[in-house]
Design a protein around this ligand. Structure first.
Ligand SMILES: [Fe+2]
Length: 220
């Protein structure tokens, strides 16, 4: 999230999210500076630091989308999932000094010994700082963050208010409506074509599918 208004449309606490494959090690001492961190440990760390149920859901949505993007792009989806799961770790810590958002989070993750790639992707995701997004992971996180907000907003205007009731075309049409879900900035999503090699409709389809996969946890 880049600003405090983005989480308002979410509800529930999302603590029941336990994907089966994530009991295994997300990554080990791989020579890239990362220490052994399991998804469960990262989830506990997130839940300790993030109390707001809407924000927890937003975070789980970004995690799911990052896993999907990582898989699509042939990257380490466990590692990419961790970047999503931890990207807003400081959101409540910095609520009185939002200009520190993502800088504090990166420090928290660095102190935990997380891989520099994740630390830097988290640091750069808040555009406020104007930091370069140097890795594919950082670029994906930049796009995934507002994408989840757009998809949630689209689901909420469907009669059933369900992710299962909408398709990528529906979300794509809302994308073009400037007044719709203004908090979900379009530019990072449009940039996915140049930065990730993904057409907008594929990005949206992938994001929607990832979020539909955890619809119970998202309450949608
Ligand atoms: Fe976020």
């Amino acid at each position: 999230m880049n600003g405090p208004t983005h989480h308002d449309s979410h509800a529930g606490d999302g603590t029941s999210y336990r994907p089966g494959r994530l009991t295994r090690t997300a990554w080990g001492k791989d020579g890239a500076g990362g220490i052994l961190v399991e998804r469960q440990e990262a989830l506990d760390f997130m839940l300790e630091n993030v109390r707001n149920s809407n924000l927890r859901k937003h975070i789980l949505a970004v995690e799911a989308v990052m896993r999907g993007l990582g898989g699509r792009l042939g990257e380490d989806e466990e590692k990419w999932g961790l970047a999503g799961l931890l990207h807003d770790i400081d959101y409540e810590t910095t609520k009185d000094s939002p200009d520190r958002h993502s800088l504090v989070g990166a420090e928290m993750l660095e102190a935990k010994g997380l891989a520099p790639e994740i630390v830097e992707a988290v640091r750069a995701h808040n555009e406020h700082h104007g930091l370069p997004r140097l890795t594919l992971m950082a670029k994906a996180l930049h796009a995934a963050d507002p994408l989840t907000g757009l998809i949630v907003a689209a689901a909420l205007i469907s009669p059933a208010k369900k992710l299962s009731a909408i398709d990528a075309k529906f979300v794509l049409n809302r994308f073009g409506e400037k007044a719709f879900a203004k908090g979900a900035r379009r530019e990072p999503m449009s940039a996915a074509k140049a930065e990730l090699g993904l057409e907008l409709d594929e990005l949206i389809g992938l994001g929607l599918e990832a979020m539909q996969g955890i619809s119970g946890d998202l309450g949608l």
